[in-house]
Design a protein around this ligand. Structure first.
Ligand code: NAD
Ligand code: GLY
Length: 349
């Protein structure tokens, strides 16, 4: 089993191994002493994996009840959060007990926020079951829900006590969800690791699962190095947003329907690279993105995307930050007035 230690203010380990889920009870018992937990999951993941998890918890003497909500981003809201709090009260969860997030980024984000706030904070474990959640959202402690005003606008930093990644769970992921995670994986290659990029570009969506453990390990290790230096997202952590400023704008333009986050990130990375970098880097990135059945551009006119960019969380005091990778493996944060960004992005090529 591969272990990555995350040295944040509340440190923890990420355990990566095929088949880890069926051993999760004993892995959890090594770091948490309570014998009582609540598992939070969605209907799709729950149907696939909650029985294996519950059996494993029972073998380790951990008594757990399960709260299941409908899958999808539309559940990551105040209503579901309220239902989770009520469930935790009914299940008699106390401050010494813990939560387990079993699912993708939606389950991880809302469970993390529930753990951060229920009884002023209890421990939680992440068991991420999407590629996106394994390489990104389960590590680093960002938790959130969506409100009418926008995605992820209410949340907190809350590091998990343990993250358990089982790449076997990725075999049941629909291919568009695998592609969505690959957009974040390509991002890690672009911002920090040329060898990772080369590994990704030598595979495609149909055969990438054969090297997925190595990919997950490398991506989490990159995320570790970034969040250890900037846990609370004041500076360097922003490089993880490569492609996201335009990506969120494209998602917003599509009203967050029929357009995944990964598609937005992929198109956003390609568009920003095309604008600021060499034809050679752009062509490699575009080819790579297309091998994972992700878009390299957007039909949305730039004039319609820019207003979304200026509403982004990365936009502060009339300045906007965006990330450019002039070389593969090397990212630079650029901060300019919004008007300058608008001018740069609107220029005819
Ligand atoms: P998700 O949790 O909605 O999962 C995608 C779909 O896959 C869901 O329908 C789910 O039921 C299904 N699924 C999950 N695991 C499965 C499996 N093993 N087999 C079959 N189906 C499975 O979406 P996601 O892409 O994992 O996460 C997106 C969310 O993550 C967004 O809300 C985003 O804001 C958040 N996010 C958070 C961070 C962070 O740092 N906290 C980072 C990136 C994204
Ligand atoms: N997903 C971006 C971050 O964790 O900062």
């Amino acid at each position: 089993m591969k272990t990555i230690h995350i040295g944040t203010s509340c440190p923890y380990d990420v355990l990566i191994e095929r088949g880890n889920l069926k051993n999760s009870g004993s892995l959890i018992a090594k770091v948490l002493s309570s014998k009582k937990a609540a598992v939070i999951t969605d209907d799709t993941v729950g149907a696939l994996y909650s029985e294996t998890l519950l059996n494993s918890l029972a073998e380790a003497g951990i008594n757990a009840s399960v709260f299941t909500f409908p899958h999808g981003e539309q559940s990551k809201n105040l209503a579901t959060l309220g239902n989770i709090y009520d469930f935790l009260c009914d299940a008699g969860i106390t401050r010494s007990d813990f939560l387990i997030a079993l699912g993708g980024g939606v389950v991880g984000d809302i469970t993390g926020f529930a753990a951060a706030t229920f009884l002023r904070g209890i421990q939680f474990v992440q068991i991420p079951t999407t590629l996106l959640a394994q390489v990104d959202s389960s590590v680093g402690g960002k938790t959130a829900i969506d409100i009418k005003g926008g995605k992820n606008l209410v949340g907190s930093f809350k590091q998990p006590a343990l993250v358990i990644c089982d790449s076997n769970t990725l075999h049941t992921l629909p291919s568009e969800e695998l592609a969505c995670g690959m957009a974040e994986v390509i991002k890690y290659g672009m911002i920090r690791d040329k060898a990772l990029f080369e590994l990704i570009e030598s595979h495609d969506l149909d055969n990438v699962l054969s090297v997925i453990n190595e990919i997950v390990y490398t991506c989490i290790n990159i995320k570790r190095s970034v969040v250890e230096k900037d846990e609370f997202d004041k500076g360097e952590r922003m490089i993880l947003n490569f492609g996201h400023t335009l990506g969120h704008a494209i998602e917003g333009w599509h009203n967050y329907t029929d357009y995944t986050h990964g598609m937005g990130v992929a198109a956003g990375m390609c568009m920003i690279t095309k604008r600021f970098c060499s034809a050679e880097i752009t062509s490699r990135l575009v080819k790579c993105v297309e091998a994972y059945k992700l878009p390299a551009s957007s039909e949305a006119p730039m004039s319609k995307l820019l207003p979304y960019c200026t509403k982004d969380k990365k936009c502060e005091s009339d300045n906007i930050s965006y990330i450019v990778c002039e070389e593969i493996g090397n990212a630079e944060i650029r901060r300019v007035p919004v008007a300058e960004f608008t001018r740069l992005m609107s220029e005819e090529e």
